[in-house]
Design a protein around this ligand. Structure first.
Ligand code: 8YV
Length: 314
């Protein structure tokens, strides 16, 4: 029996081709009227390929509308776009792509620390706009070595960021729901205490009810006027308006943001600020990593349909 796969947003090209050679693939983003297309094919669909995107919300309503759905193969390590409760209730197998993107995401996080503290994006603009020649040297940046990085979420990605921070001579501390036996960094069970203690507050946690709006005006005030916030997790971990107020009011020194509350829409207030470096959710966005992530999606689907097994279940 040929399996019918619903793809809501593209993964890497070669892996889409591979899927098309083995299955019937419905590319929802190419449909002029996705609602009615779904209505026509919904009973045939046995698998979904999803990816972290505002275009790819695997809601409870969608899951319930597909009576023969067996597997959701997700391309990403964060899966907050999938209604996991409904998937579990309906007995749907869900897979994701952990580990393979850890280094790339940690690199972007480290790059943001470097670009914000050393004012590299500002300096690039200073040169391009001729201000260097007109005004002379730029205001000074800040040294990384000796600064304290407080990491929220000491999972795989948090640990990879910590290793990089140490190479730059930074001291690492962390906050999370539990102390981790595999690391020796100082653990804080109280986010407020850690925010007060650190210079760079690094968000590397997953998004859930527990981390929704974890970073608000109170945390930012404790981070303080020399503090910097870096977010490579999910936009909704931060109350974006509180962050804008803190940056505009000099409550914190700067921010490096790869993720936003309402992607791909970024508030113009953030775009106007010099002390902020913005990225378009680029954590795993390399040719190599996106290929490996996409291949893992394909491998999970194939193994499931051939042997009722998967490689990386959630
Ligand atoms: C996305 C991510 O998968 O894995 C995650 O949780 O946020 C990213 O790696 C990627 O941006 C594709 O949308």
């Amino acid at each position: 029996m040929i399996q019918n796969i619903l793809m809501m947003w593209p993964i890497a090209d070669a892996q889409i081709k591979d899927l098309e050679e083995n299955y019937k693939v419905f590319k929802l983003w190419q449909e002029a009227d996705p609602e009615s297309a779904l209505g026509r094919i919904r009973k045939d669909i046995t698998g979904i390929v999803s990816i972290v995107s505002d275009k790819c919300i695997v809601s409870g309503k969608l899951i319930r509308a597909l009576p023969n759905l067996e597997i959701i193969a997700h391309c990403g390590v964060g899966y907050d776009n999938i209604d996991m409760k409904t998937a579990k209730e309906q007995g749907i197998v869900v897979t994701y792509t952990p580990d393979v993107l850890t280094d790339d995401v940690a690199d972007i996080a480290t790059g943001l620390v470097l670009t914000v503290l050393r004012r590299m994006v500002e300096s690039d603009l200073y040169v391009r706009t001729g201000q260097w020649a007109k005004k002379g040297s730029m205001p000074l940046g800040r040294t990384l070595a000796g600064r304290i990085m407080g990491i929220v979420g000491m999972g795989r990605i948090g640990q990879a960021i910590a290793r990089r921070a140490e190479v730059f001579g930074m001291k690492v501390i962390y906050f999370g729901p539990n102390k981790k036996s595999e690391v020796s960094y100082r653990y804080y069970s109280d986010l407020h205490k850690m925010a007060e203690e650190c210079d760079v507050l690094m968000l590397a946690c997953s998004y859930s009810e527990a981390t929704h709006y974890l970073i608000d005006s109170k945390v930012l005030k404790l981070l303080g006027k020399n503090g910097v916030l870096i977010n490579i997790s999910r936009g909704k971990v931060v109350k974006e308006q509180d962050l804008i107020d803190a940056l505009e009011g000099g409550v914190i020194a700067g921010a490096g943001l790869d993720v936003f509350e309402n992607e791909p829409n970024v508030p113009s207030a953030l775009c106007r600020l010099d002390n902020v470096v913005l990225q378009s959710h680029q954590g795993s966005a390399t040719v190599e990593t996106r290929t490996i992530m996409s291949q893992l999606v394909v491998d999970n689907l194939k193994l499931y349909f051939e042997k009722a097994e998967v490689l990386t279940p959630i």
